[in-house]
Structure formats: structure tokens, C-alpha cells
Design a protein around this ligand. Structure first.
Ligand code: CP
Ligand code: NVA
Length: 308
């Protein structure tokens, strides 16, 4: 039984195998309608619980569709509707759910909820985003980069803006897939030090460059994310916007990056805040391929978790 809790805590060869399997499964579905089953039905007879303590469009729909394409069944649960939201412990919830379902995906706030769920569940647990990381997203992003540009190893990724949960998983991926990452953003929103340390410890070059134009020079990929994440206090919105405005990804910044640079955003985007519509809809952008690849990457992750 394998939990998929984070990119840095998952075996490197397993991560590579998941990306490759995701690509193969995507190609095998070419031309089919979204609702059509895969030829292989590795999740036949399996029940998957999808628990959300925060809102979601992509994670919710892509997991649900992915399970069904592989022949399994899902139940989508909101944390607040469960006893979990009314004082039942994570440990008891994990033990109970393990009697009903074969796999648990949870999106939550504090990462200790995820780790406790994994500790006490008898079935695999998948991280669908916490305040600190978003590994499923970055698996889809690595897959998307490689579809467009070939191997990501040795490439230069630039993260612009808030050094948040998605950025941390990008740093973990830098260490595991062997690419370099330049962060450009305000010092108060620097990425988590342990994520930087992990990437550097695995031999990736991690650079902090406060000047966004200098940062993007020679980039193979420019990435940004919302300036106010779901776990951030709304009261900090104006202060964060003021700090982050110089790091907006716009056409002028992408011109500095050069014609070969891709642009990614995990979505949901706040258009004309962290990235302009011209960039979101422009020639560098692969944001909707990223969204699609959540489906394929997560199908491979679920198969790895269940060993099927
Ligand atoms: N990118 C992402 O995880 O989107 P959702 O919040 O819609 O799931
Ligand atoms: N950083 C964002 C990602 C949303 C998918 C958040 O945590 O709200």
C-alpha cells in the first residue's frame, strides 16, 4: 500500500513511472468521449472517497472522472458535512473510512490532518492539497511540460509571485525530476525553506532573484499562482496585492523570457491580477493542458497507490 502524500517523500523512480503511465493512458484514450471507460478497468470493484475541506473544481472533477474511467466508484464528501467537521478525530475517521472504501483523497488545511489520516487509515491516502503542498498538481505540470518540450531534467523553471503551497511542490519536483528553479517574488513571501533545502540537497540550482525581468531570462517555463490562497486571511488581501503586483506575469515579462518559454498556472486564475488575460490566452500558455493532465496524472497516481 502506497500513500501519495508529497513529491519529496515519494520514490523518484515511482514518480517517473507514474508520469510515463499517465502519458500512455492519455494516448490510449485518444478520440474517446470523456465518459467512455478505459480498455483496462484497474479500479473495477473499488470505492474511492474524495474529501474536501476547501473548495475545488479541477481536483474534484478530475478525480471523480478518473476513477469512473478506470471502472471504480466515488463518493464526494465535504469535510463540514462529516463528523470530522464536528469534533470526531482524524484517527477515528480514518479507521472508519478504511472499513468502507479502498482509497481516500483529501484536500485540507493543516498538513497534520493529512499525515494523521495516512497514519491511521488502512487504505492509501492521497494529498489533494494542503496549506503547504499540492503534489497532484505538479505531477500534472511535469507531464504537461514534457508533452510540449521533452524531458524537464536540466531545464529552468521560474516561479513568479507567492512562494506558496504549489511553489513548494514545484521545488520538491525540481529535486526529484532534476530541474532548476528560480523564485522571483517579495522576500516576505519566499518559498518554504525546507522545500528549497530539499531541491538543493538533490542537486538542483535554486535561485532567489528579486528582479522579475532578470529572473525570467532563459526560462523554459514561467509559473505563477493566485496572490491569495484559500488558507490566507482575506484581511491580508490588499497588503499581499501591493507586495505582489510587481511580479505580475504579463506580455512584457513573457517577452523577456523569450519565445520558447511556456506559461503555467494551476488555476483558478484571477485574470489581470497574477497573470494577464493576454498571457493566459496567449501563445506561451498551456494552462488548459495542465488542467486536463490532472485527470491523467491522478489516474496513474491512484494505480500506484493501489498497486493495480
Ligand atoms: N488547481 C486546482 O487544484 O484546482 P481546484 O482548486 O479547482 O481543485
Ligand atoms: N495556492 C492555491 C492553489 C489552488 C489550487 C490555494 O491554495 O488556494
Amino acid at each position: 500500500m502506497n500513500h501519495f502524500l508529497d513529491i519529496h517523500t515519494t520514490d523518484r523512480a515511482a514518480l517517473r513511472a507514474m508520469i510515463d503511465q499517465a502519458g500512455a493512458m492519455k494516448r490510449a484514450r485518444s478520440g474517446r468521449s470523456r465518459g467512455a471507460c478505459d480498455d483496462e478497468q484497474p479500479l473495477a470493484g473499488r470505492m474511492v472517497a474524495l474529501i474536501f475541506e476547501k473548495p475545488s473544481t479541477r481536483t474534484r472533477v478530475s478525480f471523480d472522472v478518473g476513477v469512473r474511467q478506470m471502472g471504480g466508484q466515488t463518493m464526494v464528501l465535504s469535510g463540514s458535512d462529516m463528523q470530522l467537521g464536528h469534533g470526531e478525530t482524524i484517527a477515528d475517521t480514518a479507521r472508519v473510512l478504511s472499513r468502507y472504501v479502498d482509497l481516500i483523497m483529501i484536500r485540507t488545511y493543516d498538513e497534520t490532518v493529512l499525515s494523521e489520516m495516512a497514519e491511521f487509515a488502512d487504505v492509501p491516502v492521497i494529498n489533494g492539497l494542503t496549506d503547504r503542498t499540492h503534489p497532484c498538481q505538479i505531477m500534472a505540470d511535469v507531464m504537461t511540460f514534457e508533452e510540449h518540450r521533452g524531458p524537464i531534467a536540466g531545464r529552468k523553471v521560474v516561479w513568479a509571485g507567492d512562494g506558496n503551497n504549489v511553489c513548494a511542490s514545484f521545488l520538491h519536483a525540481a529535486g526529484q525530476f532534476g530541474f532548476d528553479l528560480t523564485f522571483t517574488g517579495p522576500a516576505r513571501l519566499d518559498p518554504q525553506a525546507d522545500a528549497i533545502g530539499f531541491a538543493r540537497g538533490r542537486g538542483s540550482k535554486v535561485i532567489i532573484e528579486r528582479d522579475p525581468e532578470k529572473a525570467v531570462a532563459g526560462a523554459d517555463l514561467v509559473v505563477t499562482d493566485t496572490w491569495v490562497s484559500m488558507h490566507d486571511a482575506q484581511s491580508a488581501r490588499e497588503r499581499r496585492h501591493n507586495m505582489l503586483r510587481p511580479y505580475q506575469v504579463n506580455e512584457a515579462l513573457m517577452a523577456q523570457a523569450g519565445p520558447k518559454a511556456l506559461f503555467m498556472h494551476c488555476l483558478p486564475a484571477h485574470r489581470d491580477e497574477e497573470a494577464t488575460s493576454a498571457v493566459m490566452d496567449g501563445p506561451h500558455s498551456v494552462v488548459f493542458d495542465e488542467a486536463e493532465n490532472r485527470l491523467h496524472a491522478q489516474k496513474a497516481i491512484m494505480r500506484w497507490c493501489l498497486g493495480v
